[in-house]
Design a binder for this molecule. Sequence first.
Ligand code: SF4
Ligand SMILES: [Zn+2]
Length: 264
Amino acid sequence: MEIEVKSKDENEIVFIVHNAEVPFINAIRRIAMMEVPKIAVEDVNVIINDSAMFNEVLAHRLGLTPLISNAKAIEGMVMAEECDCEEYCPKCSVSLTLKKTGPGIVYSKDLASTDSTIIPVYDTIPLLKLKEDENVDLEAVAKIGIGENHAKWMPTTVCAYKQYPKITFNEDAEVNYDLADVCPRNILKSDRRSKKLKILDIENCSMCKTCMRADENDYIDIGYEKNIFIFTIETDGSMPPEEVLLKACDVLSDKADKIIEFSK
Ligand code: SF4
Ligand SMILES: [Zn+2]
């Protein structure tokens, strides 16, 4: 198997995997979404909430506020159910407090964390609005969890693959230059000088087959390369996408080890 990175930034990685099978790629996709641990607010102890927002809605909003959960931040922490403490402890949870007086909008940056490495990813997520002299005072307890249990623990916002597109032209049919105008992604370009259609960016082809449907003389054919995949992982900023991929591979490897152990 070979992997070629096409693009990478803070929150998104796009890579091409050669010589892989669908079950393997799909297992990585599902684990990356559902089984890579991340920190999110699980319990909220509301002391004062004078705002018009119900406590439940506020707690839900806090739960969905992404918190930094990279490997450095969660190093040494354990899942709450694996911890031997009664309720919360620094090994399994992080406390964030929110104390503000109105008027004004309360933002994610107003959450004060007991751990300087575990803070909201973005400062400007609006949490609630306070009128003159209204107060909010609460403690939000964040814990490690996995997406299988709640979407707030999913580190990925996009985690998808597609098979590598394959565009072929029927040399015996008449060149259909009009197909260049039909493609919604501008993949095709008519080149009357060399009497053919050119493919501009095959990886951007969505395999929608709009061109095939508009092609009456079967000049174009859209297929896919069987064992080549274009994989995209985008995160909510809580951890870098390559960390999600690495962790997903670790989880899959652990599962394989368990099967090997069981089969001995
Ligand atoms: S399959 Fe869709 S995106 Fe791909 S070349 Fe044809 S029309 Fe364009
Ligand atoms: Zn604990």
